[in-house]
Design a protein around this ligand. Sequence first.
Ligand SMILES: *Cc1c(COP(=O)(O)O)cnc(C)c1O
Length: 383
Amino acid sequence: MEFIDLEAQQDQIRSDIDSAIEGVLDHGQYILGPEVEELEEGLGSFSGAEHVITCGNGTDALMLSLQALGIEPGDVVFVPTFTFAATAEAVAYLGGSPCFIDVEVDTFNLDPVGLEEALESRAELRERAVGVIPVDLFGHPADYGQIREVADEHGLWILSDAAQSFGATRAGSRAGTLGDVTITSFFPAKPLGAYGDGGAVLTDNASLADTVRSLRVHGKGEHKYENTRVGMNSRLDSMQAAILLEKLTVFEEELENRRRIAELYRHRLGKTVAPPLVQDEVDSAWAQYTVKLPDGTARLDLRSQMEEAGVPTAVYYQKPLHQQPAYQEYPRQGGQQSLSVSERLAQRVLSLPMHPYLTEEQVSRVCRTLAAALQPSNGAQAF
Ligand SMILES: *Cc1c(COP(=O)(O)O)cnc(C)c1O
């Protein structure tokens, strides 16, 4: 059993992918070829975002968005501490100051109450604050309604990190339309993954979209050799766009499968562990199926026991960002205090195999293996 089975997906669409790649080899426009524009249109109609600008990867998409939003050295941008490093990295790399906020224990997402607390209690943050980057962790959109209220009150923009949630919905709106700007990633293991790196910026803001289009080609003006701003080189290549176009044709169906598998997990896991919560009006993209183990579980032992039984697992994330060596000096909600929810989650989370081609039998096997590994001999206590 694979943790994420890209081969099973490839088996379904291999011949279409072969001819898509052949198409690129035939026309030879390897960079910004016709497939790129076609994909941008496809992603737009899929998500409902008016403008889609593809680029080199999800991290670049964050950088391009932040630059287009006008981030300046010293600006404070709020980010959840329980996320992949890229979310905070893009802010810090551009000279901004990521301020770490704790997450909600049930959704693993940025806690709007924590955001408000940070803004209300700390004038030095409030004065330098420009925006917030909610992350839709594991595919479940953050609470944009509440985050929007706090953001509006303090004049902050919202950059949505939908690297894991492309295809998810909240209150009838798809990821791509939930923030002022949204980024996503086409890293192979993401819900919509390429066979290499790729990313995109999505927005309804036409002038912001124009700026991102310029920034991804060295800050180009009317043409390629006129430079109106300092930009970078970050484009999606035609080959990856061609592959993504094929994957987009089965994506809706794959999302359905992921949802069905998540339901199966919820039933089969029973009360052995805490299953992930799905809030009202949310359809998760189920990038990961992440459970919380009972307090005191020896996770390392449990994982090796499961590995021996042929069930791969992963831990996202071992350490919240505010505890990582590179990010310890940046501000956090509540001064030097701990961000206790994230710190506790980092000890207790476990991600189980999740992909659209898992069989019912495989889900049952994962659940049986997990239950066996959780026996009291493991030191586990009840919740
Ligand atoms: C994967 C990921 C990114 C970065 O995407 P890349 O394409 O790998 O650069 C950013 N944020 C989150 C939350 C991610 O999971």
